[in-house]
Unconditional design. Sequence first.
Length: 273
Amino acid sequence: MSSTLDKKLQPPSGIITLLTDFGAADGFVAAMKGVILSIHPRAQIIDLTHDLAPQDIVAGEFLLSAHFKYFPTGAVHVAVVDPGVGTARKAIACFWQEHYFIAPDNGLLDFCIEESSCLAVHLTRREYWRTEVSNTFHGRDIFAPVAAHLAAGVPFHKLGEPVQLTARLRARKCRIENETLVGEIVYSDHFGNLITNISKTAFENFAGKSSFAIQLQEIIITAIQPSYGDAAVGELVALINSFDRLEIGLVQGNARTSLAIALGTPIIIKRGS
């Protein structure tokens, strides 16, 4: 990777988004913002979310992949869900679909590997970190300052050594087994809707024009509704949500609490005739 390559990359926009499992109570997010603004005072910092369940890498990967595309190209997206902080796991940055991403190498950026155009570096250049680095807060001491330097114009290739990303959550992808499409619940939103890792494309390619049965524990659903408003209050429905994912919800209710469904619960789709 060289300066020649950097000329072909999207110039940073100055926007930095933050996604973490830090919550709002302890000031961790504020510390990251302080570091960013100390390096790049004109940075525009947007909170994507800080309310992920602790260590929930799967949900973090889903939310980042779902929302980054709505920002201007050249945005820098920082994701810190890092149960391996302080260990030998790599800190990485990558450029994909005209956006920059900075995160621990633990699966948060698995969606960037879906195309061969992803460029990645291992963040080894300590001059772009804070001088003192805690083994428990790389969000503040590595990821935030690197994001600030990148957004301020430091060339991407100077952040570290080129590296090939490897999918860390491959086992969590939907798959076809014994003529069934198998996925799982990867996220539950504020309304208690259950979002799966089965995309609209994967569902349609599997089901085609045949009938189908969606099984979630003991529950069977045999139709996809266009919207929640097309079903009766209290009805459990399946639909394709605004992220083009298969979603299970309870009309004007909370499917997560009503059904006591945990994240990671399998969902199985079988074809009919």
